[in-house]
Structure formats: C-alpha cells, structure tokens
Design a protein around this ligand. Structure first.
Ligand SMILES: [Zn+2]
Length: 137
C-alpha cells in the first residue's frame, strides 16, 4: 500500500482518538440543562448552609441575629428585593449560553466527523490510484 495512505490512516486513528476524548470531555464539562440546574441548586444549598452556620456562630458569640445586616437577612426582612428579581434573568441567560455552547460543540464534532470522512475518502482514492483502476475494495 502507499506510504501516504498509511500516514493518513495513522492520522485518522489520532483524529478518532481526539474525537472520543473531545466527546467524553464535552459530556463531562458541558452538560445539558437539567444537570446545570442541579449544579445551581447545589450551590444555593451550600450558600444557605454557610449563612446558617454563620448565624449559629454569631448566636453562640452572643450577637443578636435580628440586627444582622447580611444579604439573606435583608432578603428575609424585605429590605432588598433586587437579587430576587435579578436571579431569574441571570438563570435564563446562563441557559441560553449553555445551549449555544452545546450547539457549538456538536457543530465542531460534526465538522470533525466530516473531515475524517473526507480524509478517508481521499486515502481510498490514493490507494486505488496506486493500485490501478481495476481494484475494488
Ligand atoms: Zn444574617
């Protein structure tokens, strides 16, 4: 067989490996909407726990929690409602961003698949060119 075809075949193997790695990485890092939401909820839970722990510590130290000026207490008392209104907009923006990211990744994957197919097609053509027109594989 031709040396060029062998080299292209080796390149194809590397590309396929890269594609598999990319796909796996994509599935791990960029997730679809439900997982992204779960991550957000997790973050909120951690934040609430931290605030609760902070309040417990303050109470143990002898501070009056009614005088607390932290964001959670402000929200609870109804002094500052801006974060409540700003959160849904930010969530919507994040969802659109992740949608475009997922779409872009799949576009890249489709382009890589097409490129591999093209290289394979060219390699086959070169092989047939080297062997002559009568060979059918
Ligand atoms: Zn507080």
């Amino acid at each position: 067989m031709g040396i060029v075809a062998d080299k292209i075949r080796e390149l194809m193997k590397k590309l396929i490996l890269l594609l598999i790695t990319l796909t796996t990485f994509t599935h791990v890092s960029y997730a679809s909407f439900p997982v992204s939401d779960t991550l957000k909820v997790k973050q909120d839970t951690v934040q609430t726990e931290t605030v609760a722990q902070y309040h417990l510590r303050m109470q143990k130290m002898g501070f009056d929690i009614d005088d607390c000026r932290c964001d959670d207490c402000k929200k609870f008392k109804g002094i500052n409602n801006i974060p409540k209104n700003g959160e849904p907009v930010q969530k919507k923006k994040t969802n659109y961003k992740s949608l475009f990211a997922t779409l872009g990744i799949w576009l890249v994957v489709a382009a890589v698949v097409f490129a591999i197919w093209l290289i394979w097609w060219i390699a086959r053509g070169l092989e047939n060119f080297g062997n002559g027109p009568s060979v059918i594989t």
